[in-house]
Every structure is written in C-alpha cells, then in structure tokens.
Design a protein around this ligand. Sequence first.
Ligand code: PBG
Length: 336
Amino acid sequence: MPDRFKLNLVQRPRRLRRTASLRAMVEETVLRPADFIAPLFVVEGKGRPQPIASMPGVFRYGVADLVKECRALAKLGIPAVALFPKLDHRLKDADGTAALNEDGLVLRAVRAIKEAVPEMTVMTDLALDPYTSHGHDGVLTEDGRDVANDRTVALLARMAVLHARVGVDLVAPSDMMDGRVGAIRAALDAADFTYTGIMAYSVKFASAYYGPFRDAVGSAQAAGTPKLSKASYQLNPANRREAFTELALDEAEGADILMVKPAGPYLDIIRDVREATNKPVAAYQVSGEYAQLQAAARLGWLDLARTRRESLLGIKRAGADLILTYFAKETAAELA
Ligand code: PBG
C-alpha cells in the first residue's frame, strides 16, 4: 500500500542525521582540550583550597596546590592557564603598589609552575584590580572621579616586565586603558623580552557577568563605587562598531591574540572579530556564565555536562580559536 503522505522530496537533510556514525562524519565543530585556557585563582599560604561560594567547583589555590592542579590540567591536554591572584586586603592600597612587588604572589606562582610543569603555557592578567583597595583596574585621578589612563598604563608596562622576567609566556592586559598594548609591547621589547606575547582583552564589555569573579579576587567594591563605574573604561554592551575600533588598535599596537569577553552573550562579536582579523581569537566564558549553568544544574533544571559542552561549542562555532573557561578541566576530561 503506497503511503499517501509521502512527499516528493529530493533533499532530505535527515539522511545524514540517521546514525551516530553519520552524524559524527558531518560534524563541523569539534572541541579539543587544546582549545582551552584554564583560569586559576591563587592565594597566599598552605591552607586547603578555598571554595568560592558563587562559583561551585572553583577554588583559590595556594602555590603548592596550584602546581598540582597545573600538572593535572597538563595531563588532560590543556595547554595553558591564566592566573589571578587574591591578595590579603591588608596588602591593597589606592595605588595598587603590591602589583610591582618583585616577590609578589603571582610571580612566585609563575616560577613554581614553570619549574614543575615547564610545558604549561602561563598567562598573567595585567590590571590593578586585585591590588587596589577601591577595586578599579587602575590608579585614580586626584579627585577620585576617573582612572588615570596614562599613569595606569605606565604601571602596567612595568608589571609586564616583572611578569616576563619570571617566564610568563603571554601577558594579558584586561584593564581597557587606551594605549596599553603599545606601551606594554615597547616595555617588553626594551627589556629584551621580544618573545613574550600579548593576549589582549581587546573587546571587554562592562558586564554584570563578572560578579562571581569579583567575589573570587575581592574586587567587588569597584562595581559599586558610586563615583566611578567600570563603564568608563570597559565597552558598552550595546555597542558593536566600537569593538572594531578596539580590535584595530590592539592589533596595530602589537597584540598577538585578541580576546572578546564575555563570550556567550557576545557570539556576534566573536564572529565579527574572527572575520576582521587573521590573528588567533580568544573568548572568555566568564564567571557569571559559569555560575548560571552551575546554579540551574543544582536546582535540577539543566543537565550540567550537556549544557557546558553546548555553551563551549557555541563559542567555538562563533569563531573562537581559544576559550578561557572555568569548565576547562571537566570538559577536557570528558573529551579524553
Ligand atoms: C579584571 C578582570 C575581570 C575579569 C578578568 N579580569 C573583572 C573585572 O573587570 O571586574 C572577569 C573574569 C570573570 O568574570 O570570569 N581586570
């Protein structure tokens, strides 16, 4: 008996979705451990890793545990880590003086990782927010109503040289000051660190998704500074053309890798950046994106393993070559 509903179709896309094998053959985007950069928080002392309430599964590590974690990540095929220090509040001041301490926490952490896991690519953030009592990414002008751009850039350039000296592979300016990439490149070259690279947070939006990170490094007070908002240096989430301006500047000033941040709510920007440059593009799936999935999973509302995979796949499909994500370890383990 002929099926009277039978459509006369030449194209039936479902033919290639019929079996797992066919689906794998035509898969267009594949995640691999080498796509990931794991952000890691480091604290002073030998205490047990400290949980972060708004980021379940993420810890602040003392240097010894940080090294162990890097070993585990390397075993899983993750090539790189990005380090963020959480300083004791007594070490913070308005000028972020501790950022230039030659024996500072992050520098000791880099040395320890490079000694124990030399194959690990190590990146460090260049911004003053972990070091300033007010939590802004730079030093303030005298009246406290703005971040002093050029004075901040001079400090970041000195910081870059300190980081290069202990063997950091890439410095990552996340401050969004004007002219910082060029100044950092010049300072590194002048100090003969010609091959220390720059991964620029080129398109960093003033995002509410950074909330949990600010708990992690203790910079939350800046978000609430009534006189001065981070929106005076980070991009307006409503803007697309401005992303191209920042991108062009960072590329011209010598950035090696260009980053978009956050990732998930800005997939269009990742695609724009991908099409506008031949440099590698990184995207940062930030703390709030992580917290969102964790919270929903805890409530039993989402399947964590599947949604984190899908969120990362979306970021890669949009055009990111590299993804900074707090899901790096679990995802790499799952891919193995
Ligand atoms: C600060 C910095 C921030 C993040 C990375 N570097 C937060 C901010 O700008 O306040 C956010 C990362 C995240 O939310 O995971 N220079």
